[in-house]
Design a protein around this ligand. Structure first.
Ligand code: KG4
Ligand code: ZN
Length: 343
């Protein structure tokens, strides 16, 4: 079964063709990173307009790269939410129109679920119940996915998402956007024990995360080093940090943030004893997270790095599972939904 999948929830316009829920025949991603980098973050109106400009070309390229024709496509899948509403609307409207014109079944999926189901695009097929650590720019959660495609959230962030913390701290250190790759690159030359940053202690029974205290601790450290009171996190222009200090701060922050993710994931893994542990979302591309978590839980399944950040192949992977369960969407009923619960 060939699914043409579309993703436009944030700042990547993506389309992919996925065969039988696991074989990626094409995977096209038009990133807007360069457009938003000059603002230090995603500007929603600019994102929506950029999606409109490229979405048709992205879909056409994914179909031609897959070497299939419309006759070979069995269904169309799209991200319904969560995300930026203006961005979501472009993908949803395009998918609805294509489903009606080409007379194909339509499958709407939740973006956060899809980050976890990107693990099905790997050679090892995860079994249910599957514990998923999904860590990206907008959300961080530990969830149990069950056979009947239900989701039980066992832990989530109480404030910032993990990727958001990387992005904010990168800005504070004068590193480029997006912050995750910039911090992990800077951290390579730094000492992770140079600064002792706190890991939130939310109690033995909690599988939640909290990154705001860590972010503030880095801010205080920068204030102490520079003698400048940055006040707000974006006033970085008023001070200059030595590159070695940036590397040490990046390495120490990364260690604290990732150790917190690993601690909660390990606890949840022991508590729920799932048949699989999968890790996905942009932050799952982090090498330190991969190495450290695999030391503790060697059987953990990491989504391949290229499929960790936003893409449409993961939308196709989840859509296939939903199609198997008869979860088809009426194109006349489908609306974009920016809320976390979008189903
Ligand atoms: O999944 P994603 O592409 O978009 C959302 O759904 O939000 O995740 C983007 C996030 C950004 O915050 C980015 O800084 C972070 O993932 N990220 C990383 C790395 N690569 C991307 N964080 C840590 N280490 C990385 N190597
Ligand atoms: Zn995402």
């Amino acid at each position: 079964m060939n699914i043409l999948a579309i993703e436009s929830s944030c700042d990547e316009t993506a389309a992919a063709v996925v065969c039988d829920g696991h074989r990626v025949l094409s995977n096209i991603i038009a990133s807007q990173v360069e457009i938003h980098a000059r603002y230090g973050g995603v500007v929603p109106e600019v994102a929506a307009r950029s999606h409109i400009e490229v979405i048709i070309a992205v879909i056409e390229k994914s179909l031609s790269d897959s070497e299939l024709s419309w006759d070979d496509i069995d269904a169309i899948a799209v991200t319904k939410g969560p995300g930026l509403i203006g961005s979501l609307l472009i993908g949803v409207m395009t998918a609805k129109t294509l489903a009606l014109v080409k007379q194909k079944p339509l499958i709407a999926v939740n973006h956060i679920w899809a980050h976890a189901f990107a693990s099905f695009l790997d050679a090892t097929k995860p079994q249910f119940p599957m514990l998923a650590l999904t860590v990206s720019g907008g959300h961080s959660a530990l969830s149990l996915y069950h056979e009947g495609l239900s989701r039980e959230v066992v832990g989530e962030t109480l404030d910032d998402a993990a990727g958001e913390a990387f992005d904010k701290v990168a800005k504070l250190l004068g590193l480029s956007y997006p912050g995750g790759p910039a911090i992990s690159k800077a951290a390579l030359g730094g000492n992770p024990d140079a600064y002792k940053f706190p890991i939130a202690n939310l109690g033995k029974a909690s599988f939640d995360f909290s990154f705001s205290g860590l972010k503030t601790a880095v801010l205080r450290q920068v204030q102490q080093i520079t003698g400048v009171n940055p006040g707000a996190l974006d006033s970085v222009k008023s001070y200059q940090l030595d590159p070695q200090i940036v590397a040490d701060l990046a390495a120490s922050f990364q260690k604290a943030a990732i150790d917190a993710l690993i601690k909660q994931t390990h606890k949840a893994y022991l508590q729920y004893q799932p048949k699989a542990l999968v890790v996905g979302g942009g932050v799952a591309a982090n090498t330190y997270l991969r190495e450290k978590l695999l030391e503790i839980i060697p059987e953990a399944i990491f989504v391949p790095p290229v499929l960790c950040t936003d893409n449409a192949a993961m939308i196709g992977a989840l859509a296939y599972q939903k199609y198997q369960k008869g979860q088809i969407t009426d194109p006349f009923e489908l609306t974009a939904d920016s809320s976390l619960e979008a189903i």
